[in-house]
Design a protein around this ligand. Structure first.
Ligand SMILES: C[S@@+](CC[C@H](N)C(=O)[O-])C[C@H]1O[C@@H](n2cnc3c(N)ncnc32)[C@H](O)[C@@H]1O
Ligand code: SF4
Length: 333
């Protein structure tokens, strides 16, 4: 079953949020003033179980998904995540990856790799503890994330490093990050600060455009563009002219890529979202728990995808960015 939406975009990628909780309070994602201690996170019975996630993922794979990314919240705070990775790794020849803040990666990297994870993306915005701690807002040190990256590489997992660039906060770290990771084999991906969710107080002035990020790196380490590897690739890729590796930039604000977006998102409580900037999801958990067959689940997913017409980033305006969008920690980044 090959599914296409109203713009002919196929369903290829599934991002699964395994928890809405996090051990960080990144100012651009879960700001402390909003998500402090009393925030109402999902209760255990509302979360999809690993078996429920596997069942839905199987139906998505039958619908054409070839890439699954586990995310959150912080996926590694969900206990025994390697068991879920093991279940998903039986779904066939899929790219099975994880996005993590890296805080718990040293402890879990080997088990995740052994369970069948294909690769990992670690988020790290700066090598400077002061800047990094101002972003994660829980005094978490850079060194432990770097140890997590090393543990992942030692376990044989290819590593990408996500860097959110926010004006006045991490823009001064761009060249440092490039200098440090060049030649390591770990690909940096710089991400424009986005107006995801409703709580981060996003302003266009805080966005550092991808072109500026590239120019900053190119001034020190000359770059050249690389062709996209496949349709729907989110990052625009560049390589160092001296052969020291590649970087990517995700310019979802200044150069939106909705036209090629092939991603669906499953929230921790089993709602299907067809856009990162959605205000509403479709409840697959209710269907699943009402005893629906795989065929019925497939029909429901197909119905949502074939009606999909989202292209938020291409339509973004001051008004749309103020909409009450679902938080990224809930829907899965
Ligand atoms: C929501 S997080 C979830 C996974 C994990 N907790 C982590 O931080 O890697 C996924 C990715 O979204 C990025 N992110 C969060 N808020 C963002 C924002 N407002 N703009 C751009 N990227 C953002 C994070 O830096 C991270 O790389
Ligand atoms: S970006 Fe990741 S680590 Fe930071 S608050 Fe959001 S979910 Fe947590």
């Amino acid at each position: 079953m090959a599914l296409a939406d109203t713009f002919g975009r196929p369903l290829r990628d599934l991002r699964i949020s395994v928890t809405d909780r996090c051990n960080f309070r990144c100012v651009y994602c879960m700001p402390k003033e909003v998500f402090g201690h009393d925030y109402e996170f999902l209760g255990r019975e509302k979360l999809l179980s690993f078996e429920e996630i596997e069942r839905l993922a199987r139906v998505f794979v039958q619908g054409g998904v070839g890439k699954i990314r586990l995310t959150g919240g912080e996926p590694l705070i969900r206990r025994d995540l390697d068991l879920l990775v093991g279940l998903l790794s039986t779904l066939g020849d899929i790219d099975l990856t994880l996005t993590t803040n890296g805080a718990l990666l040293t402890r879990h990297a080997a088990a995740l790799a052994a369970a069948g994870l294909t690769r990992v993306t670690v988020s790290l915005d700066s090598l400077d503890d002061e800047v990094f701690q101002a972003m994660n807002d829980v005094d978490f040190p850079v060194g432990q994330v770097l140890s997590g990256i090393e543990a992942a590489a030692a376990a044989g997992l290819p590593v990408k490093v996500n860097v959110v660039v926010k004006r006045g906060l991490s823009d001064g770290s761009v060249a440092d990050m490039a200098r440090f990771f060049r030649g390591t084999g770990h690909t940096l991906r710089f991400i424009e600060y986005m107006d995801v969710g409703h709580t981060n107080g996003w302003r266009l002035n805080d966005v550092v455009p991808a072109a500026e990020i590239i120019a900053t790196i190119d001034a020190e380490f000359p770059l050249e563009p690389v062709d996209p590897a496949y349709r729907g690739e989110v990052a625009s890729r560049y390589r160092y002219r001296d052969g020291a590796g590649e970087i990517g930039v995700i310019a979802s604000v200044t150069q939106p890529f909705c036209g090629d977006c092939t991603r669906a998102r499953l929230s921790a409580d089993g709602k299907l979202y067809t856009c990162l900037f959605a205000v509403r999801g479709h409840d697959l958990r209710a269907l699943l728990r009402s005893g629906a067959s795989d065929e019925e689940l497939g029909t429901a997913i197909g119905g949502v995808w074939t009606r999909r017409g989202d292209r938020y980033s291409e339509l973004r305006t001051a008004e749309t960015s103020a909409l009450r969008k679902v938080e990224m920690s809930f829907i899965g980044g």
